[in-house]
Design a protein around this ligand. Structure first.
Ligand code: ADP
Ligand code: MG
Length: 231
């Protein structure tokens, strides 16, 4: 699902690369936990995988597509079609209802619209129900929901239309431990149902036990080793 070779990325104006990764792969259907302390480049790596930023060198393929072969507009469409993104701060649209937040990705992707077996609102309701959100919430503005409930809306929005890859960037840091564990289990169950691969990022290494495999970004990253060596 993801292959990385000799990937280097430097933020503009920085003297050193923040990422220098020799090799990484995430297999189709795999659920991988990517851990690393704050500032180690986790979100940066996700932004490269999602095609939001582009590396200066190296090979990066997602869902069998080399991202370097796409221009910026094609990368935006590729992301809309194949990647569901769960953000730490949710990035939900406050003026829209719960159902209309979940269906937003369908507006930008025929691929995901065509993957539905029922109407967009029915599909959204099915996903929200499977994620444990009570039906009396569905027509409320998202701002009326608790943090844990908003997190489920963000997950449903990422999952709708069964994108090949779900990326989750520290989605549980605002949740208490019980809510967090339940959320991870529900997210993984829904990923398995839609055959989506999952790349889940957190600084909390305790969460590794929920996943097929865990990878530490500092140990993947030669840039970090250079930094440590020079300190
Ligand atoms: P993590 O998600 O592991 O906490 P980030 O990828 O957010 O780490 O950040 C890694 C480093 O990259 C930070 O130390 C920061 O200085 C730098 N960085 C992140 N975003 C930007 C940006 N938009 N512009 C310049 N530098 C950035
Ligand atoms: Mg981050």
């Amino acid at each position: 699902m993801i292959t990385i070779e000799q990937l280097r990325f430097t933020w503009p104006g920085q003297p050193q690369p923040i990422l220098d990764i020799e090799a990484f792969a995430l297999n189709d259907g795999e659920h991988v936990f990517l851990k690393g302390p704050s500032g180690s480049g986790k979100s940066t790596l996700l932004s490269l995988i999602a095609g939001i930023h582009t590396p200066q060198s190296g090979v990066l393929t997602v869902n069998h597509q080399a991202l370097s072969r796409l221009n910026a507009r094609q990368r935006d469409q590729f992301r809309a079609n194949h990647i569901g993104y769960i953000f730490q701060q949710f990035n939900l649209l406050p003026y829209l209802s719960v159902l209309n937040n979940v269906t937003v990705p369908l507006r930008f992707s025929n691929v995901r619209r065509q993957a539905l077996n029922q109407s967009p609102h029915q599909e959204a309701a099915t996903l929200l129900d499977r994620l444990g959100l009570p039906a009396n919430c569905y027509h409320q503005p998202v701002t009326a929901l608790s943090i844990g409930q908003q997190q489920r809306v963000a997950a449903a929005r990422a999952l709708i239309g069964a994108p090949a890859l779900i990326i989750a960037d520290e989605p549980t840091s605002a949740l208490d431990a019980d809510t967090r564990n339940a959320f991870i289990r529900l997210l993984q169950d829904r990923c398995r149902e839609s055959n989506s691969s999952l790349l889940f990022v957190s600084h909390d290494s305790q969460l590794a036990r929920f996943f097929d495999r865990d990878v530490s970004l500092p140990s993947l990253n030669r840039a970090m080793h250079h930094e440590e060596a020079s300190q």
